[in-house]
Design a protein around this ligand. Structure first.
Ligand SMILES: [Zn+2]
Length: 293
């Protein structure tokens, strides 16, 4: 788990990012939120060695480390083009970054060097805009995706995925309210990594105050999904900073959360509510947590 937080900058958690490493050493990345490139290096994996990246949706907490990930791979002698798979708009997002884009000056300065010219493919990602069904396949893995319910689809597509490799399956929700497509993607999965952004009490508060019109899954709802999908292991993630102890985090959250209730003790509430419906193996995600399946 390279990043297990949500949309705020959080001293304890990078934003969304999951690295999947196969037995043969190949690496795949799901989401690329702020801080995950640094955590990847802390996990001793070079961005140059990641074969493909799947962006579940284009909210900043799921994609804003992407330029750093690509440029680092380029500097660290990646030879091929990274593959990036994502929703409608991914092509525009990627093409707006490097040559002629937001990082034009960096691109021009760096590509002036012969060594960087020789591996310029590394900064020219191959983009696949996916649709529900098989999003990506190579001789090692298959990624199946479907729409989930996070933002109105006409504004922005959001995907959940099922990642299959070496006879194992991992489902990942991206961000979503409870939805049938996620139950199907996660059916009998060896691992379900599912967003669990807020505890029940925070969801109530956000409903009352009218904050947060975009949908997430509550711990109680997550327990129901995990049980219905009969997953072999559950890993709740994408925690919305409610567990922070930092004064600044509490100050900036004033209009978002009941700040006097914030703190790590809320994880007990999260576990209790998931356990109302799901009794299988479970761990709460923390940055740099490693699970062997
Ligand atoms: Zn998010």
């Amino acid at each position: 788990m390279l990043g297990t937080g949500a949309a705020f900058v959080d001293p304890d958690r990078a934003q969304s990012g999951i690295l999947i490493t196969l037995d043969n050493g190949r690496h795949y990345l799901l989401d690329c939120g702020a801080g995950i490139t640094r955590n990847m290096v802390r996990a001793n994996v070079s961005p140059a060695d990641v074969s493909a990246v799947f962006l579940t949706h284009l909210h900043h907490d799921h994609c804003c480390d992407f330029p750093l990930f690509v440029i680092t791979g380029w500097m660290w002698d990646r030879e091929d083009s990274p593959v990036v798979i994502g929703p409608r708009g991914t092509e525009h997002f990627v093409r707006s970054l490097f040559e002629g884009g937001a990082f034009k000056a960096d691109f021009e300065a760096r590509s002036y060097y012969p060594r960087r010219q020789s591996n310029i493919a590394a900064v020219r990602p191959k983009v696949i805009e996916c649709a529900p069904g098989i999003a990506y396949q190579d001789e090692h893995v298959r990624i199946v995706c479907d729409w989930v319910e996070h933002i109105p689809r006409q504004l922005s597509e959001c995907f959940g995925i099922r990642f299959e490799a070496e006879g194992k399956s991992v489902a990942f929700s991206g961000d979503t309210a409870p939805c049938e497509s996620m139950v199907k993607l996660a059916a009998d999965a060896d691992l379900l990594i599912h967003e669990c952004t807020f505890p029940e009490s925070f969801i109530e508060h956000r409903k009352k105050t009218g904050v947060g019109i975009f949908a997430h899954t509550s711990p109680t709802e997550l327990g129901i999904i995990a049980a219905r999908a009969r997953v072999k292991r559950l890993l709740p993630t994408h925690f919305g900073h409610f567990d922070t102890t930092y004064a600044l985090m509490k100050r900036v959250a004033t209009h978002h959360f009941p700040v006097d209730q914030m703190g790590p003790h809320l994880m007990d509430e999260v576990v209790r509510d998931i356990r109302k419906n799901y009794s299988g193996p479970m761990q709460l995600a923390t940055d740099l947590l490693r699970l062997d399946i």
